[in-house]
Write a protein that binds this ligand. Structure first.
Ligand SMILES: CCCCCCCC(=O)SCCNC(=O)CCNC(=O)[C@H](O)C(C)(C)COP(=O)(O)OP(=O)(O)OC[C@H]1O[C@@H](n2cnc3c(N)ncnc32)[C@H](O)[C@@H]1OP(=O)(O)O
Length: 188
């Protein structure tokens, strides 16, 4: 395996206002496919702040997440890891960021009905680049590893979302700010 992080990094610092360990984290956007409560067949990931630079997420694989009969779709598993890794960056650093690169190793098939326990860890920061990794275990925090993932998130300004987001969705959020879970500082 290639070395990780792939470039020299600084040790990341947990933001002083990051949620305390064991805090249940709110969804970051009600219409997010990964965590949003308004997306009927979304992934509905739930996450808890861990110690230091970690976040622990749970994802129940349902029959709407199948790729082969009775088995989770790999792309949806990648989505769950994108969400879990992004949640760690958002809540622990409290800075807006987007996924620049995501790699996944699918180690075991994941049957419908499995709860994946995803432990994400911020590994290093280099300028705007944040390197994060995670392991997903089957049905328990000490279960067999089913998926491993590593990602680069890139810190962005809020302007990124305003410039690129669809107008009608931005308007909806402006009218009902409660749709955003406020994981990050909007005026850092
Ligand atoms: C709580 C929140 C949970 C959220 C979970 C879900 C997260 C998501 O799914 S986000 C949506 C998916 N991602 C996107 O839409 C991002 C689309 N891409 C972009 O907007 C841009 O390419 C973006 C912002 C990543 C980078 O663009 P830009 O701001 O111009 O910066 P740029 O200079 O190109 O890159 C910054 C650094 O990252 C590096 N980088 C960017 N992309 C990559 C990549 N794919 N691989 C390796 N390095 C990369 C660049 O080389 C550069 O490095 P350096 O600083 O050493 O020169």
């Amino acid at each position: 395996m290639n070395s990780w992080p792939p470039v020299p990094t600084e040790p990341p610092a947990r933001h002083p206002d990051a949620p305390a360990p064991d805090t249940e984290l709110p969804e970051h956007y009600a219409y997010c496919f990964g965590c949003g409560s308004e997306v009927e067949h979304g992934l509905h990931l739930r996450a808890t702040a861990g110690d230091d630079l970690t976040v622990r997420s749970r994802f129940l694989v349902t029959e709407t997440h199948q790729g082969a009969p009775g088995l989770a779709h790999g792309g949806l598993l990648a989505c769950a890891f994108d969400e879990a890794l992004g949640t760690a960056v958002g809540h622990l650093l409290r800075r807006p960021a987007v996924t620049g690169r995501l790699e996944t190793d699918f180690v075991r098939p994941v049957p419908v009905g499995t709860v994946l326990h995803i432990d994400a860890h911020i590994d290093g920061v280099a300028g705007r680049k944040v390197y994060v990794s995670a392991e997903g275990r089957m049905n328990s925090v000490v279960g067999d590893i089913a998926v491993r993932a590593r990602a680069l998130f890139v810190l962005v300004e809020l302007k990124h979302f305003i410039d690129h987001g669809r107008r009608e969705d931005l308007r909806k959020v402006a009218e009902d700010p409660g749709l955003l879970g406020r994981s990050v500082d909007l005026n850092p």
